[in-house]
Design a protein around this ligand. Structure first.
Ligand SMILES: [Zn+2]
Ligand SMILES: [Zn+2]
Length: 149
């Protein structure tokens, strides 16, 4: 889970400079419950940081993702999204409205308890993160599709 304090420490450890732009990126992600794209973070911060580049958003988020304090969601083949919530959960993307929703682990066909062991996959390695992507029509879109037809 990303906190500003943790993020700053990670950036320092990786040798990256702590700039006001990087702090702003981490602040915008900290405690967030939606799944913003890099473009969205960039557009939100641009008014206050006119010299901010999208490359800075990517390089900062990549460092955070490598340390497992945020997740990079590759659920969409057109765009990547970030999730500052690293507790186990899956994601559902609606094929019509493109909304991404959190799916609790008890609704997923995967036993997350098993990866609590230090090395969950014998002779393979230790698991730090599991991504499960589900695709379909959300209930709102399914309801409006029903009304149209
Ligand atoms: Zn939908
Ligand atoms: Zn999520």
């Amino acid at each position: 889970m990303l906190t500003l304090e943790k993020g700053v420490r990670l950036l320092q450890e990786s040798g990256a400079k702590i700039t006001s732009q990087r702090v702003a990126i981490m602040r915008s992600l900290e405690g967030r419950v939606d799944h913003p794209s890099a473009e969205q973070i960039f557009l939100e911060l641009k008014p206050d940081y006119p010299t901010l580049s999208i490359a800075t958003v990517y390089s900062t988020t990549l460092l955070l993702a490598q340390a497992f304090v945020i997740r990079i969601l590759t659920i969409d083949d057109k765009k990547i999204y970030f999730d500052p919530n690293t507790t186990p959960h899956g994601h559902f993307m609606c094929s019509r409205c493109k909304r991404i929703m959190n799916v609790p682990t008890d609704h997923l066909p995967f036993d997350f308890e098993r990866i609590d062991d230090a090395c969950a996959v014998p002779n393979i390695g230790c698991v730090k993160n599991v991504e499960i992507f589900l695709y379909g029509l959300c209930t709102d879109c399914a309801a409006s599709a029903g009304n149209e037809g």
